[in-house]
Write a protein that binds this ligand. Sequence first.
Ligand SMILES: [Zn+2]
Length: 97
Amino acid sequence: MTDMSYVDGNMLDGPLRELFAVDLSPAISRCQSCGSLSPLAGLHVFSHAPGLVGRCPVCSEVILRLVRAPDRAWLDLRGATFLEVPMPVEPTYHRPG
Ligand SMILES: [Zn+2]
């Protein structure tokens, strides 16, 4: 790879919205390599690979890969030890009476 330019992880929003019902931009990933925490929006995304490659902003290791074919997608998160996804607070139900 000769072109080392990248865009920020905000560009993952659209492609990931195809897969998940929640906005993953603010989701926090922990890098398996260096242990740093960063939101997906902060990853360095290389879009000129086969698919999208999101790299850790601290150590540059691969956090995720997303490949989209016409009828399916592959999401590889092996570079993250976890993904912390903010969720809407569950609604509280009021009992009648
Ligand atoms: Zn890292």
